[in-house]
Every structure is written in C-alpha cells, then in structure tokens.
Design a protein. Structure first.
Length: 491
C-alpha cells in the first residue's frame, strides 16, 4: 500500500506531544512491513535541518488558496533509521516561526496555516510521484484533507483510488474558524454552509470535517472511543461520531520500543532489563547526584515522577493539590518534567524552591531528560482529567516504573490495578477526579514499595506488557483495507 501521512507533528523533527511519536512509530512499522510510506510536514523554523539531514529539493509546488496560488518549496529528509521520505513544506508566511502552534492560545492564523498544509499535500503527492492508496490525516490540523479528497481532488488521477482515514488524537482541540474567512480560502461556497458537514454551531469545525468526510475514523484507544462517542468527553462531536458509528473505532497507540527500551536507551545513566532490574537503581542514584546535595540523597525514599505537558487535561490540579502533604512528611520525592501553562510552571517552581531536595522540577522540553526521569522514578503519575491514550505510562511500564493513573481513556486500557491477592496488575488506578482519590491511591501504592515480593511482582508484570507500535500498525492496516473496500477497492 502507498500511505501518505499528513500531520502537524512528527518525532524527532517537530514534537509537542504523543501525536509526534505515533506518526513516526506507525510510519516506521508500515515501512518495515513493506509498505510505501510518505510523510508530509510543515518546515517549522524550529526544525534542525542540519542535524536531521533535511535538504532542499528542486521542487516548488503551487497551492490554491482562495482565488490565489501560494507557493511552497519542498525539502526532503528521512525518518531516522528508515528510508521513509519526509517532505517538508517551506513557507515563510506560514511556517517559518519558532513555534509549532504558538504559545498559549496558539497563532491567530493557525486555521489558515493548517488549511495550507492540508491543501499542499494534494499538490505535493503528484510532484513526488506518489499515488496514494490511503491519505492518513491526524487531528484537526489536517482534517481538511478528508474534505479535499472527496471534493476538489475526487477526479484527480492521483487520488481517484485513494481512501481517507482520519485519526483523532485529542478531540478537545477542534480547529474552529469563521466561515466568512476560511471557506473562500478552502474553495467552498458560503451558500449551503448552514447544516452542512463543514458547520458546527455556526462555525467551521475542522474536527467535524474530518469525522464526516473520512472513509474511516479512528481514535487512539478503545475506551476513549467509547467516551467521546457516548459522553460529554466528545466535546460536542458525539452526534457526528454516532452518525459515523459504523466507521469509527479505537486502536490503542503503541510504543516504539527501539527508542523506549531500558536495555538500549542511550539517554539514561545505566541500562537494565527485567533480568538486571536491580540496575534500575543506578539511574535513581544518578538523578539524585545531579539534583540533590550529598547528605540528602537517601535512595530509599521513593521518587514519584511525571513527564507531561502542563495543561489542565493532565490533572496538574490534582498533583498540586496533594504534593505538599506528601513531601512535608518526608516520605517521598517528586521529579517533574513538564512544559506548558505558566501558572502551573510557576506553582511547581514555588514548591521546588520550598522543598529543593524533595521536589525536583524541570521545565522546558527535554527529550533526553524525559527518558532519564522515567527510568529513575519508582512511580510515574498520570492523573489526567481525560487521556485519549497517553504514552508515558506505557513507557513507564517497560522501564519498571509503576504507573499511578486515573482510569480514563487509554490509561484505563493500559494500566491494570494491582491485586495483591492474585499478584496480577501493573499499577494503581483511581476513578474519581479529586485530590482525595488521587492522594489515597498514592498512599495505597506506597504500601507496596517496601514489600519486596509485591514490589518485584508489580514491576515485572509491567515490564512484561507488550504495547508495541507493530501491533497498532497492523490494526491500522486492517482499517486501511476496510476503507479501501468502502470505496470499492480490494487490496
Ligand atoms: P500528549 O500527547 O497529550 O502530550 P502523551 O502521553 O500521549 O500525551 O505523549 C506525551 C509525549 O511527550 C511523551 O513521549 C512524553 O515523553 C513527551 N513529553 C511530554 N512533556 C515533555 C517534556 N517536557 N520534555 C520532553 N518530553 C515530553
């Protein structure tokens, strides 16, 4: 199959969250399974072209935007460790900025920037001789591709045999814009807009466009699929997901275990595996040596780690609500790596200054440190308000770091509450979104820390889990075949 993936993020070039990891991991796996995979990304100002050997090609494409043609020069690189081509769209107007989405509220023209990306993918494919079977779009940013495939490019010789698959990584971000502004740019008339597949509550809603125009829709875990279809977690999209119910399913994200493997990880202080689990402690020692003065480095104090975007979604309120009660007693240490909303960064730094040896706070985005924190911690906290899939808990399991999670979305699908009677389970879960429930679960989890039998069982159970990207890549291929069947093709 020829798969054209169009996305706003792809690791390691441009990453804010899990979307980037998943786009890269799936492409890698499909390629290994023998498919022709191409990725289309913006060439953001923050992409390190030298480091990733991304070079300009001779190609420039013209992209219709409203009455005008706009232009993008194509740069080309490869996904590291593979021969998967990644095409980068150079546009001074749209992408040559330091950020991917912009701070806080995002850039004011994000709708137009990503409309351009979505449209450009269709001009790019013929220019690089790609005749896709599948156009795979991710989140609202590239949702317009699903509409273009069924309208403007429906009879284009390169796309008549292509099906569209739309993957929802987070339904909370929907890409809402003013119809008067965006419809002319997208080449759709204002007449007939009301009540159309483009409209939701009077505005253009990219998420709805993806849902309505795609041949198949997926999201990143089975539980999240149920939540967004049947509960308010769907954030207004429930009705549309119900209309498309027969074409909608959840596929659990997978981890790229070549990158996230404690036995081979180059970012951590000491490698270890299930056979050499005692060596995990060397990482904890290293973290303490880096961050805490010698007389404060008691290794037996458990470290509760967290690696997260700092947004309300991630349950930072719950974390802040109970951190102090735990550190005050001196029984635990926190190691938090996060970046995002200023109010959270500030609150964490305040605690970090108050308890400099017990609350280790690292702000900013740091890929190496994310591995180090996960390997060095005893527990990993993921108290999310909602979580489409979540990757850090999947990484933590492989690293023998016990996850404490709120049982929502993908967290519910990947972490099983520990049962001391049967010795089954991989972590600790709670349901109610409250500080009290979270704190009680941390308490419950801490009980097993000093019990060698349970502690060993728990960690081994986790390390034996297999949430590999290979599995999810195969599930996607199945969905791609169904999508092709839907448009009357068999592959
Ligand atoms: P989301 O996509 O909602 O941010 P996920 O758990 O699916 O959540 O993915 C988050 C990804 O981003 C993980 O790979 C995690 O390690 C990484 N990450 C989050 N915050 C940081 C940070 N400050 N520095 C480095 N990596 C981070």
């Amino acid at each position: 199959m020829t798969i054209l993936a169009v996305a706003a993020e792809c690791a390691p070039f441009a990453k804010i969250g899990g979307l980037a990891d998943v786009v890269a991991a799936l492409a890698k796996e499909w390629r290994a399974l023998g498919h022709d995979v191409r990725i289309v990304l913006p060439k953001y100002g923050c992409i390190d072209c030298q480091r990733w050997q991304i070079e300009p090609t001779r190609l420039t494409i013209s992209v219709p935007m409203g009455w005008w043609q706009e232009y993008a020069r194509i740069w080309r690189g490869e996904l590291p460790g593979t021969d998967v081509p990644v095409y980068f769209l150079e546009s001074r107007d749209y992408f040559d900025r330091p950020g991917i989405y912009g701070e806080h509220e995002g850039y004011a023209d994000n709708d137009r920037r990503f409309l351009f990306l979505s449209r450009a993918a269709f001009e790019l494919a013929p220019a690089v001789d790609a005749v896709p079977d599948i156009i795979h779009a991710h989140d609202w940013h590239t949702a317009w591709t699903m509409a273009f495939l069924k309208t403007h490019y429906r009879h284009h010789p390169h796309f008549t045999r292509a099906a569209g698959v739309f993957t929802i990584h987070n339904i909370a971000y929907q890409g809402i814009s003013d119809p008067q502004y965006i419809l002319p740019l997208a080449g759709f008339p204002l007449d007939g807009f009301a009540g159309s597949w483009l409209e939701h509550s009077g505005a253009v809603n990219a998420m709805k466009i993806g849902i309505m125009f795609a041949d198949k829709i997926t999201t990143v875990s089975p539980t999240y699929a149920r939540e967004i279809r049947w509960t308010s977690a769907g954030m207004g999209m429930q009705h549309y997901l119900n209309i498309r119910g027969a074409d909608f399913l959840g596929i659990l994200n997978g981890a790229d275990y070549t990158e996230w493997d404690p036995a081979r990880d180059l970012f951590i202080a000491a490698n270890y595996s299930i056979e050499t689990l005692t060596d995990k402690e060397l990482n904890k020692r290293a973290l303490l040596e880096e961050s805490v003065p010698p007389h404060e480095r008691a290794i037996e104090i458990p470290i509760l780690g967290m690696v997260s975007r700092l947004t309300a979604q991630k349950g930072i309120e719950l974390l802040l609500g109970c951190m102090e009660q735990f550190v005050r007693t001196g029984r635990v240490r926190f190691a938090i790596l996060g970046s995002g909303e200023q109010r959270y960064e500030h609150a964490l730094h305040v605690l970090g200054r108050r308890y400099p040896t017990r609350v280790l706070v690292y702000t900013g985005y740091n890929a190496g440190l994310s591995h180090h924190v996960i390997a060095s911690s005893d527990y990993l906290l993921v108290p999310s308000l909602f979580e489409p899939c979540g990757l850090t808990q999947i990484y933590a399991l492989r690293y023998g770091t016990v996850p404490i999670v709120r049982a929502t979305g993908g967290l519910a699908d990947t972490v099983e509450d520990y049962n001391p009677t049967t010795g089954t389970g991989t972590g600790f879960t709670f349901r109610e979104y409250s500080v009290a429930a979270f704190a009680a679960t941390i308490e419950r989890a801490l009980r097993y820390y000093r019990d060698p039998v349970h502690w060993d069982r728990l960690r081994r159970n986790g390390m034996e889990q297999d949430f590999s990207a290979r599995k999810s890549a195969q599930r996607y291929l199945e969905v791609f075949r169904w999508a092709l069947e839907k448009i009357g093709r068999t592959v």
